[in-house]
Ligand binder design. Structure first.
Ligand SMILES: [Zn+2]
Length: 198
């Protein structure tokens, strides 16, 4: 979550959470930074997330302004949903209804295809770039929600960070989005406090 670094990070263990983590210092308005401000930003993230093929992203114009607004609205909606889960709250019917609408929209963009005896879901070729990001995020969100184990979904303990992740550690006691960032800062703070007490 270092704002000075431009590259995106994929440390949450889940596509939808990585998408939500495209802001820095979410919980501190004075340090807050959005990494998805322009079509070029969104395209770069989608490319790193392997949602857009290289040949489709030659033109950053392919994601329209309203497409970006739609993606950012989804990101903030998913943040509230996953944060509620991380806090142990129940998912409201309203949130599920919105997800159901998104799911219907995205399922309509899929078709079954068979290749070499393997049947799989394919996205429609004429699908626009916004949906190529929006729909995989929605489908993986639904998959995560229906997998049953919501206790894996956690929010970083740092007071400013706000990043979300899946805690797949054996002891289930992962506290930080990343040891290299928030974990290290917490360690440095503890050392400093110990030092100043002496
Ligand atoms: Zn963090």
């Amino acid at each position: 979550m270092r704002p000075q670094q431009r590259q995106f990070q994929f440390i949450s263990g889940h596509l939808a959470l990585d998408f939500v983590n495209t802001v820095a210092y979410r919980l501190n308005p004075s340090k807050f930074r959005d990494y998805l401000e322009t079509a070029a930003d969104v395209t770069a993230w989608a490319k790193e997330a392997r949602l857009l093929e290289t040949d489709r992203i030659a033109s950053t114009q392919s994601i329209a302004r309203d497409g970006i607004s739609r993606l950012l609205a989804l990101r903030e909606r998913l943040y509230r949903l996953f944060r509620a889960i991380a806090l142990g709250k129940l998912i409201s019917d309203r949130r599920l209804e919105l997800l159901n609408n998104d799911l219907l929209h995205c399922r309509d963009k899929q078709r079954l295809s068979g290749r070499d005896g393997v049947v799989r879901w394919d996205w429609l070729k004429q699908m626009n770039s916004t949906d190529r990001i929006f729909c995989p995020v929605i489908l993986q969100t639904v998959e995560l929600l229906t997998s049953g184990d919501h206790s894996l979904i956690k929010q970083c303990d740092d007071q400013d960070c706000g990043w979300l992740f899946l805690d797949r550690s054996q002891a289930k006691r992962r506290k930080w989005c990343s040891m290299a960032d928030c974990g290290n800062r917490a360690k440095a703070r503890r050392h400093y406090q110990q030092f100043t007490k002496q």
